[in-house]
Design a protein around this ligand. Structure first.
Ligand code: NAD
Ligand code: AKB
Length: 330
């Protein structure tokens, strides 16, 4: 009797990450590092393998493998050697870097993802690959409260590759039954420095320059409204989504809204924490990228299907970012 109660309990707590052996490809970036830590807590560090093309030192609590995701043979060896069952494919060239190096964006974001999803199909792995608000663009979608299903006409190579990832993931799900999942992240803000290769990265950079120099030259104009989220909340949402019961997911790709604000509003919140802080605006090529993206997002499907919710003010967010920044900068 006791055994059957135990089995019942285990069943009721089982979720899509239960018993998983997870590979995080692209583990040394803004999202990869905190996600690896969160996954180690969730499934145990012996069940997580972190991989990246970069050999730079990083605080990783689990095994590390060097990997260029465009190299199928190496990717396959890692999946097989570690008996991976869940691929978290993060490696990508983001929007601003991609406009400078489109061939690299194609190699990493297209070839890399093709390798990952073929490995998921052939080795019966689940696969998560984040998408982005960069899939939106063009004239034919509402920029306020953008829903999941609109005409996608991205205007960056990054956005084009993310649409390809979403479409291919959906196709592999229908055709081969691959458990593909994607969240379209808004801009993610951290309390750590990282390589600022995106268009939304002003929102993290501004804090470090405010603390180090007292002023910031913003590469987007003051009224550039964009959806954003704090890294801890993004990671918690991602873990919840990775765990979600596949049969409850009514779609494979979900919008995630976060909170929408513009540089002027973020600067005003920052000035409450650092009264002498000053901001100037010198929009560059990233302005055009930001102008094509939604100002705010409708994520009601994520709320309904897997329980996502988010509710913060810009002042709360600024305080959270500030509190998370290491004392050495203050
Ligand atoms: P990042 O640029 O900070 O990190 C990317 C990581 O991928 C780096 O560690 C890099 O070394 C690695 N990488 C690059 N090329 C590689 C290759 N060929 N093989 C293996 N690794 C390689 O990016 P991030 O912000 O951590 O983004 C992670 C994922 O989340 C990406 O898919 C990105 O599109 C998505 N996303 C991020 C944001 C955001 O605001 N950070 C928003 C939307 C979507
Ligand atoms: C970028 O700005 O490129 C990323 C993203 C929104 O995908 N932060």
């Amino acid at each position: 009797v006791q055994k059957s109660i135990l089995n019942q309990n285990q069943r009721s707590f089982a979720h899509a990450l239960t018993g998983a052996k997870v590979l995080v490809a692209g583990c040394k970036g803004q999202i990869g590092l905190p996600l690896v830590h969160a996954l180690c807590k969730e499934v145990g560090r012996e069940n997580v393998v972190a991989a990246d093309i970069s050999d730079k030192k990083a605080d990783l609590p689990c095994k590390f493998e060097q990997l260029d995701v465009a190299d199928f043979g190496r990717y396959e060896k890692i999946v097989k050697d570690h008996k991976i069952t869940y691929i978290v494919h993060l490696a990508a060239i983001l929007s601003a870097l991609g406009e400078r190096f489109p061939d690299r964006a194609n190699s990493v974001n297209v070839t890399g993802f093709l390798n990952a999803i073929n490995l998921a199909r052939d080795n019966k792995c689940k696969i998560y690959c984040p998408s982005s608000i960069a899939v939106f663009g063009g004239e034919h979608f509402p920029k306020v409260n953008t829903p999941d299903d609109v005409i996608l006409q991205p205007e960056t190579i990054y956005g084009v590759t993310k649409v390809f990832n979403e479409m291919l993931g959906n196709y592999y799900h229908k055709k081969f039954g691959v458990d593909f999942r994607a969240i379209r992240y808004p801009g993610v803000i951290s309390s750590e420095k990282y390589e600022f290769n995106g268009t939304t990265d002003y929102s993290t950079q501004i804090f470090f320059e405010a603390l180090e120099k007292g002023h910031y030259k913003c590469f987007l104009g003051p009224k550039s409204d964009l959806p954003m989220i704090y890294i801890d909340d993004c990671i918690q949402g991602t873990i919840d989504f990775l765990k979600a019961d596949s049969t409850k997911l009514k779609r494979r790709t979900y919008n995630m809204a976060g909170i929408s604000f513009n540089p002027e509003q973020l600067a005003a919140s920052l000035q409450k924490l650092l009264p002498n802080f000053e901001i100037q605006y010198e929009p560059d090529f990233r302005q055009k990228i930001a102008d094509a993206w939604p100002k705010s997002i409708d994520d009601s499907n994520a709320q309904k299907d897997w329980g996502w919710s988010y509710n913060v003010t810009v002042d709360d967010l600024a305080q959270k970012i500030f509190d998370g920044i290491d004392e050495q900068y203050k």
